[in-house]
Design a binder for this molecule. Structure first.
Ligand SMILES: Nc1nc2c(ncn2[C@@H]2O[C@H](COP(=O)(O)OP(=O)(O)OP(=O)(O)O)[C@@H](O)[C@H]2O)c(=O)[nH]1
Ligand SMILES: [Mg+2]
Length: 207
C-alpha cells in the first residue's frame, strides 16, 4: 500500500490522478477528499487520504477529527504501508511552517513527517505546485532543515513536482520506485551514503 498524505488542497488527488490515470475527486477548495479512497496502481493499492489542516466550511472540531482518523488509519495499516508520499504546497509551506513555529506549535507537516518515519515508513516528500515557486532548491533546503532530513538524503527524499502541469512526474515515480525497492530497512546513521557511493564507484570501474 502507498498512501498520499498532506494538508488540504496541496494537490494529493491531482497527483494521484496524474500518476495512476485513475479518476479521483479533485477540487479547488480545501476539504474535497473526506475519506481514504483506494485506487489500483501496478498491482498496489494507492490511497488518497483526506487532507489535514484547514478545510473551507468545516468546523475546527471536525478538522481535528479528520486528523485523528488519518493518524488512526496510518497506525492501523502501518504494517501494510510500504511508502508514504507526503505532499506539500511548495509555495505555501514555508510561510505556514514559520507561522506555526512563531506560535510555539509544531507545524503539522513536520509532525507528520516525524510520525511516518517513527513508524518506519519510507517517505517521499512531493513538493507540489513547483510552477509557483521561484527558488525550488531554497524551498527544498528549508523544508529539509525543518523536517530534520540530513543534507546527504535531500535528493532521495524531496522531489519538486507540478501535478497540475504534469511536471517532473517521471522523477517522482523514479524516487517512489527507489524507495519501494529499498523497503523499510535503514542502514546505521552516518554510513548510508558512503556505502552506496562506494558501490557505484565499483560498478563504474567494471563498466
Ligand atoms: N498551480 C498549481 N495548482 C495545483 C497543482 N496541483 C494541484 N493544484 C490545484 O490545487 C487544488 C487542489 O487540488 P486537489 O488535488 O484536490 O488537492 P488535495 O490535496 O487532494 O485536497 P483535499 O482533498 O481537499 O485534501 C486544485 O485546484 C488543483 O488544480 C500544481 O502543481 N500547481
Ligand atoms: Mg483530495
Amino acid at each position: 500500500m502507498i498512501i498520499f498524505v498532506g494538508r488540504s488542497n496541496v494537490g494529493k488527488s491531482t497527483l494521484i490522478f496524474r500518476l495512476t490515470g485513475k479518476w479521483v475527486k479533485r477540487g479547488k477548495r480545501p476539504g474535497v477528499t473526506r475519506r481514504p479512497v483506494e485506487v489500483n496502481w501496478r498491482g498496489k493499492k494507492v490511497v488518497d487520504m483526506p487532507g489535514f489542516g484547514f478545510m473551507s466550511g468545516v468546523p475546527k472540531r471536525v478538522q481535528e477529527r479528520v486528523k485523528d482518523e488519518i493518524v488512526r488509519f496510518i497506525e492501523d495499516n502501518a504494517g501494510e504501508i510500504e511508502l508514504a508520499v507526503l505532499v506539500v504546497d511548495g509555495k505555501a509551506a514555508p510561510e505556514i511552517i514559520d507561522r506555526w513555529e512563531k506560535r510555539g506549535e509544531i507545524p503539522i507537516d513536520v509532525e507528520f513527517y516525524g510520525f511516518l518515519r517513527e513508524l518506519g515508513i519510507p517517505v517521499v516528500v512531493a513538493v507540489n505546485k513547483m510552477d509557483k515557486i521561484k527558488n525550488i532548491q531554497r524551498t527544498i533546503n528549508f523544508l529539509a532543515g525543518k523536517f530534520g532530513v540530513p543534507y546527504g538524503e535531500i535528493n532521495e527524499t524531496f522531489v519538486p513536482v507540478s501535478a497540475k502541469f504534469g511536471k517532473n512526474l517521471f522523477e517522482m515515480r523514479k524516487l517512489m520506485e527507489k524507495k519501494l525497492k529499498e523497503g523499510r530497512k535503514k542502514p546505521p546513521a552516518g554510513s548510508e551514503n558512503l556505502e552506496d557511493d562506494v558501490g557505484d564507484g565499483l560498478l563504474e570501474a567494471v563498466e
